[in-house]
Design a protein around this ligand. Structure first.
Ligand SMILES: C[S@@+](CC[C@H](N)C(=O)[O-])C[C@H]1O[C@@H](n2cnc3c(N)ncnc32)[C@H](O)[C@@H]1O
Length: 274
């Protein structure tokens, strides 16, 4: 049975309030597809009864499950390629020069999903920059979804997931077999710290950063939330730091404190003139 308008509005408001994710009218099908399995898992036959439980408002764990179910976790290895080329051709060489005395790179991936993006970054650093072997890589990867963060921490992927962008030589070098799946080798796994973090609420204290990856997450937010997040990133970036957004995302018209730089067919951003 299709979701009732009032129930859809309730879910939209909850998801906007808790995760800043905007569900436009017309996304009823998405709510139905994502929440029916949640409803069944708690013994509800219909979305109506699930929303009734949510309205009662006393089940924080259920609310969290609903929020997590409404996030879109689409990702892949080396997604969009060009930003990673820009990372290797411009961003890392610059950091190697500016941070050569402290030998530390500080990075944050703020919408890590199931981990493909942060692990891609680490593989590139290991492959292309052997001179970083004695550097400290201070890499934090976060996501609102505890389920996704658990998957990042496990570092375990099916063959189907590996087929989405991971070249075979790199698969064999950085992963080991775990039954039918593949698991990130411990030496790579230990170079990133994973935590849950909601971008839409005040952030915990964070250290300043050389690189921020916030790819393919801003598209879900309204302009006010984007502004707030970009202001936070602007404050955290160290002089000469860089921001990566998704190919459908931009700072334009949202925050004028970033300079857009085209490198290796990707647009990347650094604090400066808009
Ligand atoms: C489409 S994935 C992008 C993954 C990866 N950055 C990439 O580009 O392949 C979007 C991720 O943003 C996360 N997300 C959505 N709303 C969020 C919020 N308010 N705070 C933190 N993460 C959020 C979702 O859980 C999801 O894993």
């Amino acid at each position: 049975m299709p979701i009732q308008a009032a129930d859809f509005d309730f879910v939209r408001a909850l998801v906007k309030q808790r995760a800043a994710i905007v569900l436009e009218p017309g996304k009823e099908y998405l709510v139905e597809a994502r929440l029916l399995p949640v409803a069944r898992s708690v013994g509800c036959d219909t979305l109506e009864s699930l929303v009734e439980m949510l309205r009662a408002g006393q089940n924080a764990a259920l609310q969290t499950r609903v929020i997590e179910a409404m996030t879109t976790n689409e990702t892949s290895w080396f997604r969009d390629l060009h930003p990673f080329e820009a990372f290797c051709s411009k961003v890392v060489p610059e950091i190697l020069a500016t941070r050569k005395s402290e030998k530390t790179i500080r990075m944050w991936c703020g919408a890590a999903s199931s981990g493909q993006e942060p692990y891609t970054v680490l593989i590139l650093l290991a492959e292309r920059f052997p001179q970083l072997a004695d550097w400290t890589i201070d890499f934090l990867a976060t996501d609102i979804s505890a389920e996704m963060i658990a998957k990042c921490q496990a570092g375990k992927y099916s063959q189907l997931e590996m087929n989405r962008g991971m070249p075979t030589p790199l698969l064999l070098k950085y992963f080991e077999r775990d039954g039918l799946d593949w698991r990130v080798k411990p030496e790579l796994r230990s170079r990133v710290q994973f935590k849950t973090m909601n971008l839409a609420v005040p952030w915990p204290a964070m250290r300043t950063l050389d690189v921020v990856f916030l790819r393919n997450v801003m598209i879900y937010f309204d302009v006010a939330t984007k502004k707030q997040i970009l202001s936070g990133v602007h404050r955290l970036l160290r002089p000469g730091g860089w921001l990566f957004l998704g190919s459908a995302e931009s700072t334009l018209g949202v925050h004028d404190g970033f300079e857009r730089v085209t490198e290796a067919k990707a647009v990347i951003y650094r604090p400066g003139k808009g």
